[in-house]
Design a binder for this molecule. Structure first.
Ligand SMILES: [Zn+2]
Length: 413
């Protein structure tokens, strides 16, 4: 069978580690829920060695066990150090999928470790981390070669082969600085796939404006080399510096670009009609506007004004549109309150709250139940510092015990 393209979204890891940006634990949970609805294979849902993430990660794994976050895989990110793997399983015992990361370029090995680590030390640390993860019950392990695009190809092959021998499932090729172009990444990843014989992840950044194109070229390289590929994306391309490959753009490129989808196919079934919803939510949650010219979801992505274009698109949309806005879940009118508005915040009372929930068609069996959910909504507002969206309120009302866990932060324990 022909190898396939899987989507591995890293919004809740690379997205939230972006300078000046972050998400509340509830917002991260909503991103996981939307990714699951969209049919994304895996969400890199956070940092299992970071103490303030523990309850969030545990709560999301509970949602998975309850079937509310299924079939998406939830994977943690950590350094490729055995002690970190042990710490991760101590803090999040139900963790089953993870990626372990370590620098692989001479620049970073010398520049970061300042002579304290050799390439052999890098290999040893990585295989010890993989061994520890396997011993502690990991079901899938990816090994991340940080700065792979500036690393020596033979070392990357050695790194990948050692990982495979110790039971890793995938090699993440990190173009950490966005240094590759479609031609170089295609060639390198094809050689890695052929020589290692293990699935490859592409992890591309936009420093030179090529994150999406590089992801598609890298995916072709992996498949031409006989291996499955896992494209790392983030919602709206939010990520460190100039950002990551964009989830919606990658799906569109893989399925709509000239001839690509005939041979190189996405695994599973992707529900593109959720694109608009997840892009809007991420924009609101991060507090970052979607650029007007954003692929698929920008306000101008289906806007036409000049005479020839407007006339052409009205006669037949395919004259000036490659795909329809309906496919992305666009086109529904948006409700914006222009009169009296009651929103739920950290100081809300029961009357205003009941009014809001009534509009969402939620009724409570007792005053106690309503008061309990309101209390959780107040806490959620303390964390997010902006009105919750309808789906967040519905989530809290539906899963109050999970919400309580998400909203619990106990420092210095
Ligand atoms: Zn990254």
């Amino acid at each position: 069978m022909m190898p396939k393209i899987y989507l591995l979204d890293v919004t809740n890891r690379d997205g939230v580690q972006t300078a000046k940006l972050g998400l509340s634990k509830l917002e991260k949970t909503m991103i996981n829920i939307y990714l699951n609805e969209m049919g994304v294979f895996q969400s890199e849902f956070g940092f299992p060695t970071t103490k303030h993430e523990s309850l969030y990660l545990q709560a999301n794994l509970e949602l998975a066990e309850m079937g509310a976050l299924k079939p998406i895989r939830l994977g943690g990110w950590l350094r490729a150090v055995a002690a970190d793997v042990e710490a991760a399983f101590k803090l999040v015992p139900n963790l089953r999928h993870l990626n372990v990361s370590i620098s692989t370029s001479d620049q970073m090995i010398n520049g970061k470790f300042q002579g304290r680590k050799t390439k052999d030390d890098i290999l040893n640390s990585m295989v010890e981390a993989v061994d520890a993860a396997r011993a502690l019950g990991a079901e899938s392990i990816g090994v991340n070669a940080e700065d792979a695009s500036r690393a020596d190809l033979n070392f990357l092959i050695k790194f990948g082969l050692a990982a495979k021998e110790h039971g890793a499932d995938r090699l993440r090729y990190c173009d950490t600085l966005g240094y590759d172009n479609p031609f170089t990444i295609y060639e390198t990843i094809r050689l890695l796939a052929e020589n290692i014989g293990m699935a490859i992840e592409t992890h591309c950044h936009g420093d030179l404006g090529m994150a999406n194109a590089n992801s598609i070229a890298g995916a072709k390289g992996a498949i031409d080399g006989g291996q499955d590929v896992y494209i790392n994306t983030t919602v709206n391309g939010i990520g460190e510096r100039a950002g990551n490959a964009d989830l919606v753009a990658v799906i569109l490129a893989a399925t709509k670009s000239k001839g690509f989808g005939d041979k190189y196919q996405l695994a599973g079934s992707i529900d593109l009609s959720k694109a608009w919803k997840i892009a809007k939510f991420a924009s609101y949650a991060f507090g970052v506007a979607i650029p007007v010219n954003q692929t698929g979801v920008g306000v101008n992505a289906f806007a036409h004004e000049s005479g020839i274009h407007a006339d052409g698109v009205l006669k037949d949309p395919q004259n000036y549109e490659l795909f329809s806005y309906e496919e992305l879940g666009r086109g529904e009118p948006e409700f914006v309150e222009t009169g009296r508005e009651i929103s739920a915040g950290e100081y809300s009372g029961i009357s205003g709250f009941s009014h809001i929930m009534g509009k969402l068609e939620v009724s409570f069996s007792s005053k106690e139940e309503a008061t309990e959910v309101l209390e959780l909504v107040r806490y959620a507002n303390v964390e997010s510092q902006k009105p919750l969206v309808g789906d967040e309120l519905l989530f809290i009302a539906k899963y109050p015990n999970i919400a309580r866990k998400l909203l619990t932060l106990i420092p210095l324990e």
